[in-house]
Design a protein around this ligand. Structure first.
Ligand SMILES: [Zn+2]
Length: 262
């Protein structure tokens, strides 16, 4: 299983040559021998980020959605409609955490995708939707992606959740946080289980409160920091990740070989 960051930027980033923090999991189909690709989040940069890697809508075999910000779901209109019209109605499998299923359609996609050639559509006309319970996992190419519910935003009494994933591969437990605040009571059990961590990391001077900030992550114990790759950058100038005991900042297009899945 390979993990490629098609971008490592934040929602606001305009770093040349970088795109939103979306990823590709790639695996070889044992039956056909062909490469299969699961897109982890499909933000509004996705079509250009994929183009930069010589990939297009037809190369995407499945999509997972972690939360409903535009840099994570804003490309689904492009992907769904292009696949519907150019791919002869092909519906790409879409894994979606159960609480996001309704608002993904009603609040994010319906306005631009509802009217099709036959009449009024639902999300299931455009994608092969598979809801995933927040304490469960979905399986793709033999890998079990366990959902990792984390708090992304706090506003008054309200929370916005984002659902990272945890999977077991040859390199051990792999945690991909998705966008999340630095809330240790929720993160610590996953830090303990993981051997390799890809962590949301804000680098803005003034913390937004929506993301784990570099200065917060730098307070982690050395044993945790040494398992962490950082991503979701805001600016070209970055703090010294390796000097602070992290593995580094992920570069746009960087690929990680996770080995065989377990
Ligand atoms: Zn977000």
């Amino acid at each position: 299983m390979l993990l490629t960051f098609i971008g490592t930027g934040s929602a606001f980033s305009t770093i040349p040559g970088n795109f939103h923090s979306n990823m590709l999991f790639e695996a070889t189909d044992p039956e056909s021998g062909e490469i299969r690709r699961l897109l982890f989040d499909c933000g509004s940069d996705a079509r250009w980020a994929l183009r930069a890697l010589d990939l297009g809508y037809a190369d995407i075999d499945a999509v997972y959605v972690s939360h409903l910000h535009g840099d994570h779901v804003g490309g689904l209109e492009w992907l769904g409609l292009k696949s519907y019209f150019m791919g002869q109605g092909k519906r790409i499998p879409l894994f979606v955490p159960e609480p996001l299923r309704r608002p993904l359609w009603e609040n994010c996609l319906k306005g631009g995708m509802e009217l099709l050639d036959f009449g009024l559509a639902d999300l299931s006309h455009l994608f092969e939707v598979e809801e995933v319970a927040t304490d469960d996992s979905f399986t793709w190419m033999g890998a079990h992606f366990h959902l990792v519910p984390l708090v992304h935003l706090r506003g008054g009494a309200y929370l916005m959740w984002s659902y990272g994933v945890f999977l077991e591969t040859e390199v051990g437990g792999v945690l991909l946080t998705s966008d999340c605040r630095f809330e240790r009571d929720r993160l610590d059990p996953w830090y303990a289980k993981a051997d390799l961590i890809f962590h949301d990391c804000e680098t803005m001077e003034v913390p937004s409160g929506a993301h784990a900030h570099f200065h917060e992550l730098a307070t982690l114990e050395p044993g945790i920091r040494q398992k962490i790759w950082l991503y979701h950058m805001n600016c070209i100038e970055r703090p010294d990740a390796q000097g602070n005991g992290f593995l580094g900042f992920v570069e746009p297009g960087q690929r990680f070989d996770l080995g065989a899945v377990r």
